[in-house]
Design a protein around this ligand. Structure first.
Ligand code: COA
Length: 352
C-alpha cells in the first residue's frame, strides 16, 4: 500500500528526477513555489521507502476553483491506483482548508477523441505542436539581413495594465475567450477571466509576454486576438550542453491570418530577447492553437524558419491535443460560502 503526505522541500530532487514529457518537464521551476505560495500545495505518494508519485493543486478563480497539475507516477509503480489515491488525499487536505471551493479541474494532453460527462464544462481543446531545440540566431536568419519583423499593423506587446484590461473587460474577454467558456489557458493552466486575483497570479507565476491587436486606447479598449508566450527553463540534466528554454505559446484568435501573425511575432520577439542574453542558448517552442490555424500551417511556418518538429513527444502523437475541463464539486454549504466570498477569504485557514 502506498502512503500519502504533503511534499517538503527536501523531497525536491526525488520528484524532479521523475521527469516526464520527454525532456520538456517544467516541475523543477515550479516545485518550490508550489510548496510555499499561499494558493498552492504539493503532495507525494510513497512506497517501498521512496517517493513514487507526485501531484500539486493550485487555487484560482477568486477561491472558487482548484486546478490539479503535475501528476506523475514512477514508471514501475504505474497502474496500481497510486495517483488516484494521491488525488483523493490531496483533494481532501486542500478543500478542508478552502471550504468555498466549488469547481475542480485541470488541463492535460489527450490522444484522439475526448468524451466528457454532461455536467463537465469544457475549457479548451487545443491542438498543439512542439519543436526541437534550435539557436535563436538560426531562426532570426529567416528574417533576413535587416533582422526585422514585417509590419504586423496593430499587433503590439501589452503592458501589465493592458493585460489586466484584456482579462477584466467583459466585452473583450467574451470576444477573445468566450468560445472557451470565458476561460483562458496560459501554459497549461486554465484561468477564469474577470478575476482580479487570476491576473495577479498570472503575472506573478507565468509572467507571459502578451501580444494583441489593440484597437482604441481609452474607453474603446478593443481586441480580437491575443497570444501569450511563457518562458519555461528546462532541466539541465536533460540538456547538458547550453541553456535550454521552452516557450509555451497560446494563441487566441478567430482569424486565421491574425493567428499566424501572432506566431511570427512571438517567435521573433523571444529569439531577439534570447540572443541578447549571454551564452549558448537553445529554444524549444510549444504552440497551442485556440484559433483556426491548422497544425500543418504552424509546422510549415516554423520549419521555414529552420525549426524541426519533435515527432517523439508523447509517443509520436499525430494529432496531440490539450484538453481542459472543470467539474462542479457538490458539497453541502459550498454555494452559501461562495456568496460571502471576498479577497480576504482566500487566506488559508492554516499555513501551507
Ligand atoms: C498519468 C499518471 C500520473 C497515472 O498514474 P498511475 O499511478 O498509473 O494512475 P492510477 O494507477 O491511479 O490509475 C488511474 C488511471 O487513470 C489514468 N489517469 C489518472 N490521472 C491521469 C491524468 N492526469 N492524465 C491522464 N490519465 C490519468 C491513468 O492512466 C490510469 O489508467 P490505466 O491504469 O487504465 O492506464 C502516470 O501515467 C504518469 O506519470 N504519466 C506521465 C505524466 C502525465 O501524463 N501526467 C498527467 C499530468 S495531467
Amino acid at each position: 500500500m502506498a502512503s500519502y503526505r504533503k511534499a517538503t522541500l527536501a523531497d525536491r530532487q526525488q520528484v524532479v528526477d521523475m521527469q516526464v514529457y520527454e525532456g520538456l518537464d517544467y516541475i523543477q521551476n515550479v516545485y518550490n513555489q508550489h510548496l510555499t505560495e499561499w494558493n498552492s500545495s504539493a503532495y507525494v505518494g510513497e512506497k517501498d521507502g521512496k517517493i513514487v508519485a507526485f501531484h500539486f493543486i493550485t487555487l484560482v478563480d477568486d477561491g472558487d476553483t482548484i486546478i490539479s497539475r503535475g501528476a506523475r507516477t514512477r514508471e514501475e509503480y504505474k497502474h496500481q491506483g497510486i495517483i488516484n489515491g494521491l488525488y483523493e488525499y490531496a483533494f481532501n487536505d486542500f478543500t478542508e482548508r478552502y471550504p468555498s471551493v466549488s469547481w475542480k479541474g485541470g488541463v492535460r494532453h489527450v490522444i484522439g477523441h475526448v468524451t466528457t460527462k454532461p455536467e463537465t464544462r469544457i475549457v479548451c481543446k487545443a491542438p498543439f505542436c512542439t519543436m526541437k531545440p534550435i539557436s535563436p540566431d538560426t531562426i532570426l536568419r529567416h528574417y533576413g539581413k535587416s533582422g526585422r519583423l514585417s509590419d504586423y499593423g496593430s499587433l503590439q506587446q501589452l503592458t501589465k495594465g493592458q493585460i489586466h484590461r484584456l482579462f477584466t473587460t467583459q466585452e473583450v474577454a467574451t470576444k477573445l475567450f468566450g468560445e472557451y467558456n470565458d476561460h483562458v489557458v496560459i501554459s497549461w493552466m486554465p484561468y477564469r477571466t474577470m478575476s482580479d486575483t487570476n491576473v495577479q497570479i498570472i503575472m506573478e507565476h507565468e509572467n507571459p509576454t502578451v501580444f494583441a491587436d489593440i484597437g482604441g486606447a481609452g474607453s474603446n479598449f478593443d481586441c480580437t486576438s491575443a497570444s501569450f508566450s511563457t518562458r519555461v527553463p528546462l532541466y539541465a540534466k536533460n540538456y547538458p550542453s547550453g541553456t535550454h528554454v521552452k516557450f509555451d505559446i497560446d494563441i487566441y484568435s478567430s482569424d486565421r491570418e491574425m493567428a499566424l501573425k501572432h506566431l511570427y511575432s512571438q517567435v521573433y520577439h523571444q529569439c531577439t530577447q534570447a540572443r541578447a542574453s549571454k551564452g549558448d542558448i537553445k529554444i524549444h517552442f510549444m504552440v497551442f492553437l485556440n484559433c483556426p490555424l491548422e497544425r500543418e500551417a504552424v509546422f510549415d511556418a516554423l520549419v521555414s524558419m529552420g525549426m524541426k518538429p519533435r515527432t517523439n513527444f508523447l509517443g509520436g502523437l499525430k494529432d496531440p491535443r490539450m484538453f481542459g475541463s472543470l467539474s462542479p464539486i457538490e458539497r453541502a454549504g459550498a454555494k452559501e460560502d461562495r456568496k460571502d466570498k471576498t479577497k480576504a477569504s482566500l487566506t488559508p485557514t492554516s499555513k501551507l
